[in-house]
Design a binder for this molecule. Structure first.
Ligand code: PLP
Length: 393
């Protein structure tokens, strides 16, 4: 496969000046990822600061209620800062430190990536600039306040849909003006090469742990792995270890939002067309005029009109299957997991839970499903309440 590509997807479509910087980052990253000191520091922080390994939890009550396959949750919600995003944030910040950069620039949707970056910047003494759409700053007020508390500068983006797409563009523009001193820490397996690969490498710890943990618990591999897909980092993180185990079914869950109309969902693999977007080639949702459409989901972390290039490829070669879950199904799963297992999921992760429960019901009892619980729902409680929380569900 061509370097930096997954089939026809991926690559790097940026200015020559930025390309020079990306080539430098790629070269230095390739050296560092095998550097003993770098690996030692990364593993130390993962264990003692972040809280890895995260548990693989068997949902006994949920499994009994659904009456089908055994349901396990990979508890990425138990990471420091409450989501999987810190897996790559720690790696990216360490990379910045080893490259003698003094500042990290990032975009954020639900605020989880921004929070993770702001946290590790505080821990490592780096300056931090986070770009966030105005709508997301309103939906995720607590995360905004937390990032400020950690010393980050928040740039509120008031353009277009005031969401993740505009935040990404704004962050990239700011980065292009500060190439010497800063590094762009992308929030998912998206963007120009080498970002999708770097983020996947740091996230792949999720799947590696699942493999080891399930061997101890069940002495087998999972039959199904289910993960939500925004840009696709938590999904790639849990899929990667199993890509060659073709008996393991990989399922990515996209947000159907309020329905199939353009602007009402962020189901990029289902509705997108192939194009160049945000500096890489992937599937993108477009409106009838051929412009990149506004994406929508109840979960801020999923409302992105593009998707990681490796997901576009895995879908094309049919190694992974991509399905959709709408806002209402997501909310029902949010209540169900909270009530039955005492775990309040992030709205993003509740998409994976919703599909996982539907799937479990259709399978025999000896099958095993692992759902990646990418984050905790504390950040979403106020928003769900504002929708008129239905606690009887
Ligand atoms: C908890 C959680 N899960 C999932 C996502 C979606 O991102 P990705 O598809 O890169 O995992 C986000 C994004 O903010 C998130 O906060």
């Amino acid at each position: 496969m061509k370097k930096g590509y997954f089939g026809e997807f991926g690559g790097s479509y940026v200015s020559p000046e930025m390309q020079k910087e990306l080539n430098k980052i790629e070269k230095q990253y390739n050296e560092l990822k095998n550097n003993k000191d770098f690996k030692k520091e990364l593993n130390y922080l993962r264990k003692y600061y972040q809280g890895r390994p995260t548990p693989l939890y068997y949902c006994k009550k949920l499994t009994e209620k659904i009456g089908g396959a055994k349901i396990y949750l990979k508890r990425e919600d138990l990471n420091h800062t409450g989501a999987h995003k810190i897996n790559h944030a720690i790696g990216e910040a360490l990379l910045a430190k080893y490259l003698n950069k003094t500042k990290i620039i990032a975009e954020t949707g639900a605020g989880q990536h921004g929070l993770a970056i702001a946290t590790v910047c505080a821990q490592m003494g780096l300056d931090c600039e986070i770009h966030m759409g105005k709508i997301d700053t309103q939906k995720q007020k607590v995360n905004v306040e937390k990032m400020k508390l950690l010393g980050a500068k928040i740039i509120q983006v008031d353009k277009g849909s005031c969401s993740l797409k505009e935040a990404s563009e704004s962050a990239m523009e700011s980065y292009s003006k500060q190439l010497d001193t800063s590094i762009y820490c992308i929030g998912s397996v998206v963007g120009p090469h080498p970002f999708p690969t770097i983020v996947k490498d740091f996230q792949s710890v999720i799947g590696k742990e699942v493999k080891q943990q399930l061997k101890v618990l069940e002495n087998k591999k999972p039959d199904y792995i289910v993960a939500c897909v925004g840009g696709g980092s938590n999904a790639m993180g849990i899929f990667n270890e199993f890509l060659r185990d073709t008996q393991v079914n990989l399922i990515g869950v996209e947000a159907l939002g309020r329905g199939e109309l353009v602007g009402q969902n962020s189901a990029t693999i289902r509705f997108g067309v192939t194009d160049i977007f945000d500096g890489y080639k992937t599937k993108v949702i477009k409106d009838k005029f051929g412009n990149v459409a506004e994406a929508y989901s109840i979960a801020s972390g999923l409302d992105y009109p593009g998707v990681g290039p490796q997901h576009a490829y895995l879908s094309q070669i049919k190694r992974a299957k991509y399905v959709t879950v709408d806002d209402n199904e997501c909310l029902t799963a949010f209540y169900t997991l909270s009530k039955l297992e005492g775990i309040i999921p992030a709205l993003e992760s509740a998409h994976a839970v919703a599909y996982g429960l539907k799937l479990a019901k259709s399978l025999d009892k000896e099958k095993i499903i692992v759902i990646n619980l990418s984050g905790r729902g504390d950040k979403d409680v106020d928003y769900v309440l504002s929708l008129g929380g239905n606690y009887e569900n």
